[in-house]
Unconditional design. Structure first.
Length: 217
């Protein structure tokens, strides 16, 4: 598990898109506004490209708000390489088809943050069985989204209480979440919400982060 002396703030969780300088700038703006986690996601990037992007995001986020954690999507090897370079990359978020969480923990060490994608009761229960290895679960999609086709049915607000009840791990809602959804989702017991387009496409990403945080209150 990650260092308990620095609590993981999952209330507003940015998942990036793109590989341009704007990706780095939005990540920094979100961190400056209080986003607790920035996940660097670039599905079509090569490992080398993802490494460079992750290091650039980590540097920008550290300068904006050192408390914000930076995770790499899918690639534990890239997270490891970034950490070898000295980048403030704190861990990885893994999908069901990525490196198994036990091996990722062995690679990244006890202080790294490891998240796992779920979205059905069976997947959440399976994650609960390795709760000593991972730090949180992502659960989605909340609603249909063009960003990622998981093949799972949308959960909706009504579906989250059962998922939260099935695990002692913090649950992050993801998949088409918009700021106005946050109060209702917060009422289900989730630890936070993850946004992609809602922050990445916003004219003022920081304002969206602040709205999300206010909705969690």
């Amino acid at each position: 598990m990650s260092d308990a002396s620095a609590p993981l703030d999952l209330r507003c969780y940015l998942v990036t898109s793109g590989t341009s300088r704007r990706t780095v700038e939005v990540a920094a703006a979100a961190a400056a506004a209080g986003a607790g986690v920035v996940q660097v996601r670039a599905k079509d990037a090569t490992a080398a490209e993802l490494l460079e992007l992750s290091c650039a995001v980590a540097e920008a986020v550290r300068a904006a708000r050192p408390a914000t954690r930076v995770l790499v999507d899918d690639r534990a090897d890239v997270a490891f390489a970034a950490r070898v370079r000295g980048a403030q990359v704190h861990g990885v978020h893994l999908g069901q088809d990525d490196l198994p969480v036990t091996e990722a923990r062995a690679l990244l060490g006890p202080q790294a943050i490891i998240g796992l994608t779920t979205g059905t009761p069976d997947l959440v229960r399976a994650a609960e069985a390795v709760r000593g290895v991972i730090d949180y679960v992502g659960a989605g999609p909340f609603r249909p989204t063009p960003t990622k086709d998981s093949g799972r049915e949308p959960i909706g607000v009504a579906g989250y209480p059962a998922l939260v009840a099935a695990t002692s791990l913090p649950v992050v809602a993801i998949g088409g979440v918009e700021p106005h959804d946050v109060p209702a989702l917060a009422g289900t017991g989730v630890a936070g919400v993850a946004l992609v387009r809602g922050i990445m496409d916003a004219p003022d990403p920081g304002a969206v982060v602040r709205e999300v945080l206010a909705g969690c209150a």
